[in-house]
Design a protein around this ligand. Sequence first.
Ligand code: NAG
Ligand code: NAG
Ligand code: NAG
Ligand code: NAG
Length: 460
Amino acid sequence: MDGQIRQVVVLYFITIFSLFSRYNSLEKDPPPPSYNYFEDLVSAGYDPQAYPSYFTTTIDDGHFKYLISQRTQVISQLQKLGVISAPSTKTVNVDDFGATGDATQDTQAFEKAWEEACSSKGEVVLEVPQGKRYQLKPIRFSGPCKSNLTIQIYGSMEASDDMSDYKEDTRHWLIFDSINNLLIEGGGTGKINGNGKIWWQNSCKINKTLPCKDAPTALTFYNSKNLKVQNLNIQDAQQIHVSFEKCNGVQASGLAVAAPESSPNTDGIHITRSQNIWITNSVIGTGDDCISIVSGSKNVQAMDITCGPGHGISIGSLGSKSSKAYVSGVTVDGAKLSGTTNGVRIKTWQGGLGSASNILFQNIEMNNVSNPIIIDQNYCDQDKPCKEQSSAVKVKDVVYKNINGTSASEVAIKFDCSKTHPCQEILLQNVKLQEQGDRTAKAICNNVKLTEKGTVFPQC
Ligand SMILES: *[C@@H]1O[C@H](CO)[C@@H](O)[C@H](O)[C@H]1NC(C)=O
Ligand SMILES: *[C@@H]1O[C@H](CO)[C@@H](O)[C@H](O)[C@H]1NC(C)=O
Ligand SMILES: *[C@@H]1O[C@H](CO)[C@@H](O)[C@H](O)[C@H]1NC(C)=O
Ligand SMILES: *[C@@H]1O[C@H](CO)[C@@H](O)[C@H](O)[C@H]1NC(C)=O
């Protein structure tokens, strides 16, 4: 008993100490990088009050989360050392529910394992064991669950390629719905494989005689808070690879996403109606956007991202069919794009409403990218031409800083903004783009209110 009390006291002090020392070191830290951004804006004659300070809140959030994770680490470290006892972990293995993992149907076993895992209390780990291949029809993993679950995907989950298996819901293969505090981690040779070939062949983008229909997203996280998604290997999705929809608080890291360059609409990571999303250290090469951020998304940070092939990092498209769209507080910091059709792009349809604002693209390297920097307020992804309309999704407060490399096309910078709603407060700072083969690139700038700082090449 005495011993237990002592352990609790020790834990308490260590935790307090760790929080404290972290807090103090925060105070001594140099100002966060966003500081310069504001200084720069101010010195460029901007009114800082006009800019909602999403950076500051993000950074604060970040440190807060860091403190929590620091505390969790202390606890788990103490548990490892045996100073405090770990609560016993319940492992739910799909094989115990009849999954064979021999590349035959295992859908029911996964459903049963999910029921068991989601309804159990305490520490629960749902395990997809290493070295196996599980073939799965669409599955909805629904919460809320009784515990904070961990799912370990060390074996492979492979999608059924029988299209009739998807007739109840053609939009999703694996969906995690309303599950808070979920940790999903991959590892070893485990893969999530959408087996998308059949869907690509039946896409109207590949076979023009076919009607346009949606295909399933391989992995969807819906209506969930505080998710961690780590080290997953995801390939050949039927359409989008990973989608975060209506989520708040996501840390995704170490994702490897791969599909052929020719596969239609196979976005890597798609973010919609979600907030506080961090994506770090991920490598994405597909047939469509590397990361796409669409309406209702706020406070999205992507750091240390490698893209290519594919269509690059996109905000939008926004405002299709005269819809109202809002995206704000997007930071892409540290990215390398190679052989993509766009670098960093904002695309909006004519006729929409709303805005895309407070966007920072920095420390980005382009390697043979067709449109390295592009804002397209006249986006039109349909067969018949889009008619001219006066309303538009506004684009404002966009910073491009420290961007270099090569353009595969002559036009390295393109601002094709709306006549009626020109792009506002666009800043280019230390941007240097050459056309591949050392030729001189150029910039096309229509209806844009632009500020340039440092070296900027090409210029409007
Ligand atoms: C689950 O995680 C949340 C947030 O980290 C925590 O507040 C809560 O106590 C946890 N619940 C359980 C049952 O462990
Ligand atoms: C396109 O689809 C049509 C209708 O299903 C089919 O007959 C045709 O063979 C397909 N073309 C190719 C190239 O797959
Ligand atoms: C650059 O990209 C273009 C068009 O995407 C391609 O044709 C060309 O082979 C690429 N060049 C290099 C050196 O990769
Ligand atoms: C771009 O900048 C980075 C960092 O300053 C540098 O390492 C890299 O060589 C540059 N790339 C090109 C193509 O200039």
